[in-house]
Design a protein around this ligand. Structure first.
Ligand code: DQA
Length: 141
């Protein structure tokens, strides 16, 4: 089954938005890295700026995804609804942040998603996504 790579708000601008924080690589580069890291397992990379769409994809993952890698963007710090959706998902979940959120503003230090995530990666740039995919593979065996 597929690994879902879910991306929240503003990540469509990856590569253009605040490159000093998020780097110059794009979501297409993330997709390429994740495909390589997944080996034979299919990956589906999705991005939305709409919270309800993200929740619908997490619901879809209940039957369609072997695991979820999620960068919830700013919803990390605000969304009980995304936490609730992830709590209704039974497979492995890895939370990824491109930047080191703990080195940034205090409001980025708290994550609702971390209450559900099986692992959290922050500050490794887009390489964090590939490592998260590898970890999902290891958890699935
Ligand atoms: C982010 C960190 C969040 O605090 C921020 O709102 C983002 C991106 C990251 O990948 O470093 O949009 O999740």
């Amino acid at each position: 089954m597929t690994i879902f790579i879910l991306n929240g708000p503003n990540l469509n601008l990856l590569g253009k938005r605040q490159p000093e924080i998020y780097g110059h690589e794009t979501l297409d580069d993330v997709a390429r890295l994740c495909t390589e890291a997944a080996g034979a397992r299919p990956v589906r990379l999705l991005q939305t700026n709409w919270e309800g769409q993200m929740i619908d994809w997490i619901h879809e993952a209940r039957t369609e995804a072997a695991g979820i890698v999620i960068n919830p963007g700013a919803w990390t710090h605000t969304s009980v609804a995304i936490l609730d959706a992830l709590n209704a998902y039974e497979g492995p979940v890895i939370e990824v942040h491109i930047s080191n959120v703990h080195k940034r503003e205090a409001f980025r230090h708290h994550s609702y998603v971390s209450l559900r995530a099986d692992g959290v990666i922050a500050g490794l740039g887009i390489q964090g996504y590939a490592l998260a995919v590898q970890r999902i593979g290891a958890l699935l065996g």
